[in-house]
Design a protein around this ligand. Structure first.
Ligand SMILES: Nc1ncnc2c1ncn2[C@@H]1O[C@H](COP(=O)(O)OP(=O)(O)OP(=O)(O)O)[C@@H](O)[C@H]1O
Ligand SMILES: CC(=O)C(=O)O
Ligand SMILES: [K+]
Ligand SMILES: [Mg+2]
Length: 578
């Protein structure tokens, strides 16, 4: 009986000469399903060999050489399906620059709904650990992975911690919400109730609450949905009278005000990362999430602490840490926090409950600018299209808000309730898409920023990084002047790609990396189209390879002007695609 032999191959040890020899000629083909393209050149060795699965080795000179088919070429580079379609449809200059984060909830956790968001342009799926069990989150993660694998998307996953905010528990009388009227008396209690609390009673999750409040204090729920005044303290119970009627919801967030000022001593006692958050973080690391967003960050220490924990427990640590700016403390220590983190979220929901609402827009603009100066990606979150939770059309004010965020050239926009539990998640995403396209185009073509002289101070402190930074600044400037079709960046760590993105050039930036985790992290950065591609340190062959592969997919064409930089070659190349 004929036996079929299956070989898995890896090339060991890889060498510089070897990589240079095979990369420029994509003809090498083994009698296996995949062509050899995975060649790294970090380790030098005099005799490259192919390692067969039975541990035998074969000198590479003996490898059979067959021509590659176009289909193989297309497989050798990975880019997500949506970008590819956009590039084909609109040409490279018109790809979307602003990235989208979608919160996944009951409305979008199914495979088909996730696929609809993926097709709509979701770059990052966010899981809020305030809701759902680990089982539920694991299922969503598996579905996103399956989508990426089977349908050619490259969606990254962000886990968002619960954090220690003060919030309410279930409402008394087993109701899911209550319309509170002016003068109604409710009891806020730190008791633990076995079942649901008695009528007109509500539990508070912070044990020190009853001790710290004072008669006359104001309780603000969910940033102003309902307000109460403290009228009496009775042990663990705090009796309050409604002063501003509204809808009381379970889990509502609670802030305490005294003489018109936010009382911060309370939250100062709470840890940023609670014991439950650590369990969630362990879960996230084990599941291999790409980003962990930390809620209610107060200082840079907590970010450093988490980053060293991640480095200690996961050796090939690829989890980026995002600091959520959503309280007054985070604003006090803003610059250190941004420096310490891998990215930032302007979490306007809670932020708007902690500082006067009218300050939120200027704080947003300041954070976006600071992030760009410090070269960190920034996400604008919450209530972008809040009315679309219920209605299929946004309000004009919402469209103006999204436009303003895009005009500020934020890296990413985030949907919360709109995609988690709204009735029109896909429609909301398509509004983000059309507004982003329109405003980005207007920005490029009309140059409303022409007279603004925004200065970006140097970010790099070490010389090699300074050289990279100057190269990127110059390459981006050249790309604008020469009206290039695309910038190419070959990057191992993503650093050069981020420096190019920071310049917000007119043309898209094609970032080639051999690391799948770097590629996922680039998902959050403005203007970057990340590709997964193995490359060597031979710039010439890398470029030719990218040209061949992208042309085969219709993503660039002969005659396009490309400006290319790379992590290791300190020069800028200007090339016309052959
Ligand atoms: N996994 C989930 N399961 C059930 N409902 C969810 C889930 N995720 C989100 N939601 C719903 O969507 C709403 C908005 O979600 P989101 O995560 O943005 O809340 P948020 O309050 O803005 O964020 P945060 O809690 O981080 O401040 C939530 O209030 C909740 O009703
Ligand atoms: C997203 C979030 O946490 C907020 O807006 O509060
Ligand atoms: K959260
Ligand atoms: Mg929040």
């Amino acid at each position: 009986m004929a036996q079929s032999l299956q070989f898995s191959i890896s090339i060991s040890p890889p060498t510089e000469t070897f990589s240079k020899r095979i990369i420029p000629r994509p003809y090498l083909r083994l009698p296996v399903r995949r062509p050899i393209v995975a060649v790294h050149s970090e380790i030098a060795s005099p005799s490259p060999r192919v390692l067969l699965s039975n541990n035998a080795t074969l000198p590479t000179a003996k490898l059979p050489v067959l021509p590659l088919f176009t289909a193989d070429l297309a497989e050798a580079i990975e880019v997500d399906r949506v970008t590819e379609a956009e590039l084909k449809e609109n040409g490279s200059r018109s790809t979307r620059r602003t990235k989208f984060v979608c919160t996944i909830g009951p409305a979008t956790c199914g495979f088909d709904e996730l696929e609809a968001l993926a097709v709509g342009g979701m770059n990052v799926a966010r899981l809020n650990m305030c809701h759902g069990t680990h089982e539920w989150h694991r299922t969503v993660i598996e579905r996103v992975r399956r989508l990426n694998k089977e349908k050619g998307f490259a969606i990254a996953i962000m886990m968002d911690t619960e954090g220690s905010e003060i919030h309410l528990g279930d409402l008394g009388g087993a109701t899911t919400s209550a319309n509170v009227e002016d003068g109604d008396i409710w009891t806020f209690s730190v008791r633990s109730f076995n079942s649901s609390p008695p009528e007109h009673t509500i539990s508070v999750n912070y044990d020190g609450f009853a001790e710290e409040v004072k008669v006359g204090d104001e309780l603000v729920l969910d940033g102003g949905m309902v307000r109460f005044e403290v009228i009496e303290k009775i042990g663990p119970d705090v009796k309050c009278c409604c002063t501003d009627p509204g809808l009381l919801l379970p889990c509502a967030n609670l802030t305490l005000w005294r003489n018109g000022r936010l009382v911060q001593e309370q939250t100062a006692m709470l840890p940023t990362i609670s014991s439950e958050d650590w369990l969630d973080i362990d879960f996230g690391i084990a599941e291999g999430v790409d980003f962990i967003a930390v809620s209610f960050v107060k200082s840079a220490e907590v970010i450093n602490h988490l980053k060293s924990y991640i480095a200690a427990v996961s050796h090939d640590s690829c989890v980026a840490v995002i600091a959520k700016i959503e309280n007054a403390d985070s604003l006090k220590n803003l610059e250190e926090i941004i420096q310490a983190s891998d990215g930032v979220m302007v979490a306007r929901g809670d932020l708007g409950a902690q500082i006067p609402l009218e300050q939120v827009p200027s704080v947003q603009e300041k954070i976006v600018q600071l992030c760009r100066q410090l070269n960190k990606p920034v996400i604008i979150a919450s209530q972008l299209l809040e009315s679309m939770i219920e209605y299929p059309m946004p309000t004009r004010a919402e469209v103006a808000d999204v436009s303003e965020a895009v005009r500020q050239q934020t890296d990413a926009l985030m949907l919360s309730g709109e995609s988690a539990m709204g009735q029109y998640p896909e429609k909301a995403l398509s509004v983000l898409r059309s507004v982003s396209f329109r405003i980005e185009k207007w920005w490029r073509e009309e140059k409303p920023h022409h007279h603004e002289k925004v200065k970006f101070p140097d970010v790099a402190s070490l010389l090699p990084n300074s050289v990279s930074e100057e190269l990127c600044n110059a390459a981006a400037k050249m790309a604008n002047k020469l009206e290039a079709d695309a910038l190419f960046v070959y990057t191992n760590t993503g650093y050069m790609a981020s420096l190019l993105s920071r310049c917000r050039p007119d043309c898209p930036i094609f970032a080639f990396t051999s690391s799948t985790s770097v590629r996922k992290h680039l998902n959050l950065q403005w203007g970057l189209t990340p590709f997964c591609l193995d490359f060597s340190d031979d710039t010439e062959s890398n470029l030719n390879r990218a040209f061949t592969l992208l042309k085969a997919r219709g993503m660039i064409k002969s005659g396009d002007t490309i400006i290319s930089v790379s992590d290791w070659l300190q020069s800028i190349q200007v090339i016309n695609v052959p």
